[in-house]
Design a protein around this ligand. Structure first.
Ligand SMILES: CC(C)(COP(=O)(O)OP(=O)(O)OC[C@H]1O[C@@H](n2cnc3c(N)ncnc32)[C@H](O)[C@@H]1OP(=O)(O)O)[C@@H](O)C(=O)NCCC(=O)NCCS
Length: 154
């Protein structure tokens, strides 16, 4: 994939491709409007991974002072395990560090072991459990946190 993978800010015309990935990746999903809101929100970073003009992944993060919150991250099924999410998260962590963030939090479904393994590689650890945080099906969320540090987070 190498240097053909481009990470850039999401724009409105990306949203149909983003929605396709979103619908195929989650049982409860964001609406088009949620992505539009993130694109124009002040303390937000919303980026896509583009490979040969195809949108193959995206990430959405909010931040305020020292804290950031990873709200959404998904990669197209045909492009998983190729380092796309790693490239997206690295890109955003670098940006967050420049903005002075020290901690990043996220929620992940208790059953989503693949994503948890992915986050552990970046130094995320489980902080607590949010009971029945998700619907369809009802499920607990694990709250995970990592320190933002370019040196340690891969
Ligand atoms: C989780 C997700 C974003 C990972 O994206 P990805 O582009 O496949 O991840 P990467 O290729 O960068 O993975 C890097 C490493 O993380 C780990 N990892 C990633 N996905 C994994 C999985 N399903 N199972 C176990 N380890 C996994 C591996 O160590 C992997 O390295 P390897 O492929 O050399 O073994 C992707 O599976 C996805 O979109 N899932 C559906 C949506 C989702 O669950 N999002 C997170 C919600 S909190």
């Amino acid at each position: 994939m190498g240097n053909k993978l481009v990470i850039r800010d999401m724009v409105e015309k990306d949203i149909p491709s983003v929605m396709e990935i979103e619908l195929n990746s989650f049982s409860t999903h964001w609406s088009e409007q949620s992505f539009i809101n993130e694109i124009y929100k002040k303390y937000a970073i919303t980026r896509v991974a583009e490979f040969e003009s195809l949108i193959i992944g995206y990430i959405s993060v909010n931040y305020l002072f020292h804290e950031a919150h990873l709200l959404n991250l998904a990669v197209h099924k045909d492009f998983r395990r190729m380092g796309v999410a790693t490239a997206l998260l690295k890109n955003v962590l670098h940006e967050l560090k420049k903005k002075g963030c020290i901690f990043i939090y996220l929620e992940v479904r208790a059953s989503n072991i693949g994503a948890q393994k992915f986050y552990e590689r970046f130094g995320f650890t489980i902080q607590s459990i949010r009971k029945k945080y998700y619907g369809n099906p009802d499920e607990d969320a694990l709250l995970m946190m990592a320190r933002i540090n370019d040196g340690l987070n891969q």
